[in-house]
Design a protein around this ligand. Structure first.
Ligand code: CDP
Ligand code: MG
Length: 681
C-alpha cells in the first residue's frame, strides 16, 4: 500500500538545529582541513592529555597492585600507559600485556605503539590475536585480544610470563573480558600467596561503573585522567523514527550540503549489511549532487571487514572531500578517528541475546544503553565542539537502560564453562564473576557440554571428559571442536578442517551488490545442493586447484586475503590435531561423510521441516526460517543443521547443511529421544 513519505527529519529536529543555522561560507567548499599539520610522533605523544599526568601516574602505578584508570577516549591511555610503565622500568622482568576486546584494536594499537617507539612490529612491541601471533622473545609490550590471554591462561594459570596485565576497554564487558577478570584476579592472589613475582593489574576504560570495578579488584584506587572533551550539542528527533536507516541517510546529506568540508561525519549503525547498503546509496547520491557540493568519501567500518580496509578510516581522505564513516559500535570507544565533527546515532546496536529458558542465543538489533549513547555522542567532541544527532526522541532516550548488560549475562556459556574447567577452576558454578550469570544459564551450559560429551557429572561435581579436554585445546566453539574431533570417525578430517577454518574467518565471499547478477552467475558452478558448508568447501577446493590465483579470485568474487587466512587457520588447527595424534584423512568426493560428521557436532542446531513449509529448531521448538543468503533458500530439505541464528524481521538460520534425521539420532540418541518427547507433549 502506498503511504505518505515521511517529511525529511530536519523538520523534526528541535528548533535551533544547526541544519538551519550553518552558514554556507562563500568559497568555503575547499577550505583546507584545520589542525592537521603533520607533527612528529614525539610531539604528538607530548600533546596528549595523559602526558601532563605522566610522572604522577608512574609514581602511583609503581606502588599499586591494582588500579582503575578512567579517561576520555583519545586521551592516550592505551598507547601511552604501557610505554610509561616500560620506560619507567616497571614490570621489566616480564611482559606487559594489554588486552583488547577487539582484534582490529589490538592490531592497530600495536602498530601505533611500535611506530612511536620506532621499532619493528613483533620485536619490542607485538600483538597476538586468534590465529595470528606477531611477537618474539624480545616482545615486552604485547597487545592481545582478551580471548587470547584467556587461552594462554589454560597452559599458565598464574600468567607467569606477565608482570603487568592491563585490562583495557573494561566497560565493554565481553564474555572473555569478564572471565579474564576472574582469572587475572585469581592469578594475582595466588602469586602473592606463593611468593612469586607479583602481578600488577590495571583496569582501563573511558566510561564504566567505577565502584563495581574498584570493589571487585580488591577495592583498588580509581585514577581519573583529565581529558579533552569539547562541548557537544545534542539533538533529538521530534517523533520516533520508524526507519532509522532512512533518517540516517537524510541526516547525512543535510549535513553534507551545509557543513564545511573539513567536518567529518560518523554514523553509528548495526552491521555489515546495512552499512554496505547505506554506503552504496550515499555514494550514488553523492555522485549526482551539483558540482558546488564537496565530494564525499564513504568509509564502512565493521569487525568483519578485512583489516587493511578497516585501517582506511585512519587514512586522510582526498583534500576537500568529506569523510563519512559508517560504523558499528566498534567506533564507540576502542578507536579514535580524527576529524569527526558530527555524530549521527541511530540508537541501535546488534548484540547477542540469550534466553536460558529456551536456550536460544540470537543476534538481534536492539536499543543501545544510555552509557553507549553518551559514548557515541562523545566521539563528536574529540578535537573541537561538535554535534550529535540522535535519531530518536528525548523520551526514547530517557527510557533506555543505563548500562549495557554484560555479555556474560546474555550469551550461551558453553565455551566459558569449558574454558573454566580446562583452567582447573574446581567449582564453575561459584566462580568469582564480577557479574554473576544466572545459575540457570550456567546449568544450561553444563548441560550442553554434557550432551556434547565434554563433561561428566560425578557426585555433584562437573568433570572434563577426555573428549572435553581435547575440545578445550582447540580455539573453537565447543560444537566446532567436537566436529573436528569426531572427523576421524568419518575419515574426513581434511574436509572438516577446511570447513571449520572457512567458518572461523570473515566471509571469503565477496558480494558487491551492484554486480549481484554476475556474482550469481559465476557462483553457480560451486553451489552444492547439500548446503552452504559444502558450497564453501567447493570454493576452497577450486581456489587450491588454481593455487590461490588472484585473477581467479577476482573473476569468482572470492576475497583472496580472507582465503589466505583460511589456509593459515587451517594449518594451525591441523598442527593441533597432529599433536593430538589425530588421523588425517580425506573423504575425497564422498561428501555425505562430511555432512554426517557435521551432524555429529552441530546436532543441537538442527531444524526440521514442518507440514506447512516452515522450520522448527529441534532444540528449542522455535520457528525458524532459512536465511535468503543460503544456497538452500529455495530448497526445502527435511532436516538441516545450521551455524547460527540471526534475528531480524524473523529468526533466520545461517549457514546450513543438509542432514539425515538418522544421523542426528545416531549423534545423540538420548537427547533426541527427550527432545522429540518434549515436542509431542
Ligand atoms: O586509549 P585512549 O582512548 O585514551 O587513547 P589512545 O588509544 O592511546 O590514543 C591516543 C591518541 O593516539 C589518539 O587520539 C590518536 O591521536 C593517536 N592514535 C593514532 O593516531 N593511531 C592509533 N592507531 C592509535 C592512536
Ligand atoms: Mg584506549
Amino acid at each position: 500500500m502506498p503511504h505518505e513519505p515521511d517529511p525529511p527529519p530536519a523538520k523534526r529536529f528541535k528548533p535551533g538545529s544547526p541544519f538551519f543555522r550553518l552558514d554556507k561560507r562563500p568559497g568555503g567548499m575547499l577550505l583546507p582541513r584545520a589542525s592537521h599539520a603533520p607533527t612528529s610522533l614525539d610531539v604528538q605523544r607530548k600533546q596528549l592529555p595523559i602526558y601532563q599526568a605522566r610522572t604522577q601516574l608512574i609514581n602511583q602505578l609503581r606502588q599499586l597492585h591494582n588500579a582503575v584508570l578512567i579517561g576520555e577516549t583519545g586521551s592516550g591511555k592505551t598507547t601511552q600507559i604501557p610505554q610509561y610503565l616500560y620506560e619507567a622500568g616497571i614490570g621489566r622482568q616480564g611482559v606487559i600485556a594489554v588486552t583488547q576486546p577487539r582484534r582490529v584494536a589490538a592490531l592497530s594499537l600495536a602498530g601505533r605503539v611500535a611506530e612511536e617507539k620506532r621499532v619493528q612490529l613483533g620485536k619490542l612491541v607485538g600483538y597476538t590475536v586468534r590465529f595470528e601471533d606477531v611477537t618474539s622473545s624480545e616482545t615486552k609490550l604485547k597487545f592481545m585480544t582478551d580471548g587470547m590471554l584467556l587461552r594462554e591462561a589454560i597452559g599458565d594459570p598464574l600468567l607467569l610470563r606477565y608482570t603487568v596485565v592491563i585490562l583495557d576497554e573494561a566497560h565493554e564487558r565481553t564474555v572473555h573480558t569478564d572471565v579474564l577478570f576472574g582469572v587475572v584476579k585469581t592469578a594475582q592472589r595466588k602469586r602473592t600467596e606463593q611468593n612469586k613475582v607479583p602481578l600488577k593489574v590495571l583496569v582501563m576504560s573511558a566510561t564504566m561503573d567505577v565502584d563495581l570495578f574498584s570493589q571487585y579488584f580488591n577495592k583498588s584506587p580509581v585514577l581519573y585522567l583529565e581529558g579533552r572533551q569539547h562541548p557537544i550539542q545534542i539533538y533529538y528527533t521530534k517523533r520516533p523514527q520508524s526507519d532509522y536507516l532512512q533518517a540516517a541517510l537524510v541526516s547525512i546529506f543535510q549535513i553534507h550540503q551545509e557543513a564545511p568540508p573539513s567536518h567529518d561525519i560518523l554514523v553509528f549503525m548495526t552491521g555489515q549489511e546495512e552499512i554496505e547498503a547505506l554506503a552504496r546509496t550515499c555514494r550514488d547520491i553523492a555522485k549526482h549532487l551539483p558540482d558546488t557540493c564537496v565530494p564525499m568519501t564513504v568509509i564502512p567500518l565493521y569487525a568483519s571487514l578485512p583489516p587493511t580496509q578497516q585501517l582506511r578510516v585512519f587514512q586522510p581522505t582526498p583534500k576537500g572531500s568529506r569523510k563519512v564513516v559508517l560504523s558499528t559500535n566498534i567506533a564507540e570507544t576502542s578507536i579514535t578517528i580524527s576529524g569527526i565533527k558530527y555524530v549521527i546515532d541511530t540508537g541501535m546496536v546488534k548484540a547477542k541475546r540469550y534466553n536460558p529458558d529456551s536456550g536460544l542465543e540470537v543476534l538481534a538489533v536492539q536499543r543501545v544503553s544510555k552509557a553507549q549513547a553518551w559514548q557515541r555522542a562523545g566521539r563528536a567532541g574529540r578535537e573541537d565542539a561538535g554535534f550529535c544527532y540522535r535519531l530518536y526522541t528525548e523520551e526514547e532516550f530517557d527510557n533506555l537502560a543505563n548500562m549495557t548488560v554484560p555479555e556474560i549475562q546474555r550469551c550461551n556459556l558453553a565455551s566459558v564453562v569449558l574454558q573454566l574447567l580446562a583452567l582447573g577452576v574446581p567449582d564453575v558454578l561459584n566462580f568469582d564473576f564480577m557479574s554473576k550469570p544466572s545459575p540457570e544459564s550456567l546449568r544450561m551450559a553444563v548441560e550442553q557440554l554434557y550432551i556434547l560429551g565434554a563433561v561428566e557429572k560425578k557426585d555433584e561435581q562437573v568433570l572434563l571428559t577426555p573428549l572435553g579436554k581435547n575440545m578445550a585445546c582447540l580455539p573453537l566453539e565447543p560444537r566446532f571442536s567436537k566436529t573436528v574431533l569426531m572427523s576421524p570417525d568419518f575419515s574426513c578430517t581434511e574436509e572438516v578442517l577446511t570447513i571449520i577454518s572457512l567458518l572461523s574467518v570473515d566471509s571469503v565471499l565477496y558480494n558487491p551488490p551492484a554486480r549481484r547478477d554476475d556474482v550469481l552467475a559465476v557462483r553457480k558452478k560451486f553451489i552444492s545442493s547439500e548446503g552452504d558448508h559444502m558450497t564453501l568447501l567447493n570454493i576452497y577446493r577450486a581456489f587450491r586447484k588454481v593455487s590461490g590465483n588472484k585473477d581467479w579470485c577476482r573473476e569468482n568474487f572470492v576475497n583472496s586475503r580472507n582465503m589466505g587466512l583460511v589456509s593459515e587457520v587451517r594449518a594451525q588447527l591441523k598442527d593441533i590435531c597432529i599433536k593430538m595424534n589425530m588421523k588425517m584423512e580425506s573423504s575425497q568426493s564422498d561428501l555425505a561423510n562430511v555432512r554426517r560428521c557435521l551432524a555429529h557436532g552441530l546436532f543441537m542446531n538442527a531444524a526440521e521441516l514442518q507440514l506447512d513449509g516452515s522450520y522448527v529448531a529441534l532444540d528449542t521448538h522455535q520457528t525458524v526460517a532459512i536465511h535468503p543468503s543460503s544456497v538452500l533458500f529455495q530448497a526445502k530439505p527435511a532436516y538441516v543443521v545450521f551455524n547460527e541464528l540471526l534475528h531480524t524481521t524473523r529468526c533466520y538460520m545461517r549457514d546450513l547443511c543438509l542432514v539425515d534425521s538418522d544421523w542426528l539420532h545416531e549423534a545423540a540418541p538420548e537427547y533426541f529421544r527427550r527432545k522429540l518427547r518434549a515436542s509431542r507433549s
